[in-house]
Design a protein around this ligand. Structure first.
Ligand code: PHE
Length: 355
């Protein structure tokens, strides 16, 4: 017998055995802790098949050790990974059927209760999306503000009568602190840091000291916008807001501007849209005028620009501010503001995520 024949036989034998074990494992399904444990002891235990095969290594001639070692190692990993997979399905997910000892993978999963987005969030996201397409980015700021950013810098000095329009919550610890009454304070913070061109919208919650009723709450949500650049005109303001209402409501919606007053804009205007209910013919919602008010706007007052070191001879800008609840009310016909904060799922479930 030559040397080759003397080692070929045991190695071939062993490889065949490994092949058979592999087949055996492939056709096995461990479905309960007992069969899983039996499998572990038989294949992976200290006196198990894998260990025994390892012991055979010393009978393999040196030049074949590498080849055999590779096959053996691969087999070991195979046996171990099967064990891990079965272990997870037996102990982890509890999928096993106790009575019959078999697993029913067709059972439906446990349903997870899914919520819906709040209508205010839906509308706010839509506003952000529409202005995003026009190049406006989102700016945010603190809800506890100081007097300068909420009032003084915006051309509302102390004792200015317009401060009364916004019943303010002050913070006792520091008379200079207040809950912001509008997100114009964020515009002030952006102008403080950034040089034109500035093109931002400021969504956020604002606070006013009002008695809670169907038409008023002590807080609400706003989205204000600001565009400062060279040669910004009122025509740009009109076109921007016209695009917005068409995207938000309907292509047929008309807009109109009425002269108004805000300390931070000059000239100032309130914008109405044609009534969405009656299409402008006159109904209860529009109080038979055919129009409903949706926002305040105007050209940024030059004094504001100067307050932030922006040259008002070179730059002009427009600004606008709208109440998100108001847009929501028109879009979804929600007439009682209190519904937004009552957390009643029967109300909240009526809105889909696709607006
Ligand atoms: N800040 C105003 C408000 O809260 C809205 C507004 C913003 C008006 C910008 C004009 C320009 O009522």
């Amino acid at each position: 017998m030559n040397q080759a024949a003397s080692y070929l036989c045991p190695m071939e034998d062993l490889l065949k055995q490994i092949q058979n074990y592999k087949q055996e494992i492939s056709s096995t399904v461990a479905v309960d802790p007992d069969s899983l444990e039996a499998y572990r002891i038989r294949f992976l235990g200290t006196k198990g098949i894998v260990k025994n095969l390892m012991g055979e290594m010393r009978n393999i001639p040196a030049e074949k050790k590498k080849e055999f070692g590779q096959v053996l190692n691969e087999f070991k990993l195979f046996a171990e990974s099967k064990y891990e997979t079965w272990k997870q399905s037996v102990t982890g997910s509890g999928l096993q059927k106790e009575a019959s000892g078999s697993m029913d993978l067709s059972l439906p999963g446990d349903p997870l209760p899914l919520g819906t987005r709040h209508p205010i969030s839906l509308v706010r996201n839509r506003i952000i999306h529409i202005f995003g397409r026009l190049g406006f980015s989102v700016a945010e700021g603190p809800e506890i503000e100081d007097d300068w950013h909420n009032f003084t810098a915006l051309n509302l000095p102390e004792n200015h009568p317009a401060r009364d329009m916004q019943d303010t919550f002050y913070i006792n610890r520091n008379p200079d602190w207040l809950l912001r009454t509008h997100t114009s304070s964020v515009q002030a913070r952006v102008m403080e840091k950034q040089k034109p061109p500035i093109r931002i919208i400021c969504p956020g919650r604002v606070y006013r000291n009002e008695t809670i009723s169907a038409r008023a709450n002590c807080f609400f949500h706003q989205t204000e916008g600001l565009y400062v650049n060279e040669q910004v005109s009122f025509a740009d303001l009109k076109q921007t807001l016209y695009f917005f209402v068409q995207e938000m409501f309907d292509k047929d919606v008309k807009i109109r501007f009425r002269p108004s007053y805000f300390p931070f804009t000059e000239p100032s205007a309130e914008m109405d849209i044609s009534c969405l209910i009656c299409g402008g013919k006159g109904c209860q919602v529009c109080k038979h005028t055919g129009w409903v008010e949706i926002l305040g706007s105007g050209m940024v007052h030059p004094r504001l620009l100067e307050n932030f070191g922006i040259d008002s001879n070179k730059y002009t800008g427009f600004a606008f501010g709208m109440g998100v609840e108001r847009i929501c009310q028109l879009k979804y016909r929600i007439n009682d503001l209190r519904l937004y904060s009552q957390n009643d799922v029967r109300f909240l479930r009526q809105f889909t995520n696709a607006i």
